[in-house]
Design a binder for this molecule. Structure first.
Ligand code: GTP
Ligand code: MG
Length: 302
């Protein structure tokens, strides 16, 4: 008997969805950052073993923010839920143990759609490694089981890989029978160009303060594998919605952009397993987060 299924990873921003997917795949397919709303697309990660293939659908965090980009992000998360066989909801247990009042507020938009999805639901109570005082987790578990009475609960640390085997075996129990749909060595359906743009965006998240990363987007303009035998040439544009942010992204004498470029180039080279020449440009495109055409061109929305 072979199993095949789509497993949606859903949860509030910053809950650890992308970290969990990367943990299962043993490599970074989705970018991760300490800030909320890092993931902007539905990103697949394919886990293949002898008797099962699971396609994890990592999704943007479910939030209550306004604006077109945010609406597009929610749409892709809900589409993942609709296209899944099993739902895994991730919660940041460390956050809710320390700040219980945030729990209902953050989970509110998730409760009904998940309960009404008609799919088996597993709740991954994440970041348990950060909970020093374990009894503070009890009210979190109690409240979560009120919100999702039908669900099963598994405490995990996505970062350290604790409880993740248990979670996976519960997922496998619920996944339907079916043949594999992807070759066993395929790890994602995302093209490498997209992954390269994401790597650059991740470096932006780490190098920029405050709200800046939320109004940046990355587009690969040139991807040239032909001109040089031993090297891939990549030109990427970093878009920012505000003129005064351009200077911050570039930094004094280009120092910030240089740092982003160096870090991103190393990681893209690792991904491609070959040398990479990366050039980065910064362009201002005011109001892009409200421009549906541009959002779609950036791969946001479906
Ligand atoms: N200590 C600890 N940190 C974790 C764990 N899981 C995730 N994190 C951290 O939490 C932060 C957010 O992780 P992400 O995987 O980007 O979270 P996400 O749910 O994908 O976030 P969005 O894409 O913004 O919705 C990162 O700094 C992770 O390193 C965990 O089990 N333990
Ligand atoms: Mg994410």
């Amino acid at each position: 008997m072979h199993k095949f299924g789509m497993v949606a990873l859903i949860g509030p921003p910053n809950a650890g969805k992308s970290t969990l997917m990367n943990q299962y795949l043993g490599q970074k397919v989705a970018i991760v950052s300490p800030r909320p709303q890092t993931t902007r697309n539905r990103i697949s990660g394919i886990l293949t073993n002898d008797d099962a293939q699971i396609v994890f659908l990592d999704t943007p965090g479910i939030h209550q923010l306004r604006g077109k980009m945010n609406r597009f992000l929610l749409e892709s998360a809900w589409n993942a839920l609709a296209g899944s066989d099993v739902v895994v909801v991730l919660l940041d247990a460390a956050l809710y143990a320390a700040k219980p009042h945030l729990m209902d507020k953050e989970l509110k938009p998730l409760v009904k759609p998940v309960n009404e999805s008609g799919r088996p639901v597993l709740i991954a109570v994440n970041k348990v490694d950060r909970v020093k005082d374990k009894p503070t987790m009890l009210p979190v578990m109690a409240r979560a089981s009120e919100l999702w009475p039908e669900a099963e609960f598994v405490p995990i640390s996505a970062l350290r890989g604790q409880g993740t085997d248990e979670l996976l075996s519960r997922v496998l129990e619920k996944v339907p029978e079916g043949p594999p749909m992807f070759p066993e060595d395929q790890i994602s359906t995302a093209p490498v160009r997209f992954m390269a743009a994401e790597i650059i965006r991740e470096k932006l998240f780490y190098s920029l303060r405050q709200e800046l990363p939320y109004t940046t987007a990355v587009e690969i303009e040139v991807w040239d594998e032909e001109s040089r035998k031993d090297m891939v040439l990549v030109n990427a544009v970093i878009y920012t919605a505000q003129k005064n942010h351009k200077g911050m992204i570039i930094g004094k004498q280009g120092s910030n952009l240089k740092k982003i470029g160096t870090e991103a180039r190393k990681e893209i080279a690792e991904l491609l397993d070959c040398k990479v020449h990366l050039e980065l440009w910064v362009k201002v495109r005011s109001g892009w987060t409200e421009d549906p055409g541009f959002l779609r061109a950036m791969g946001l929305g479906e």
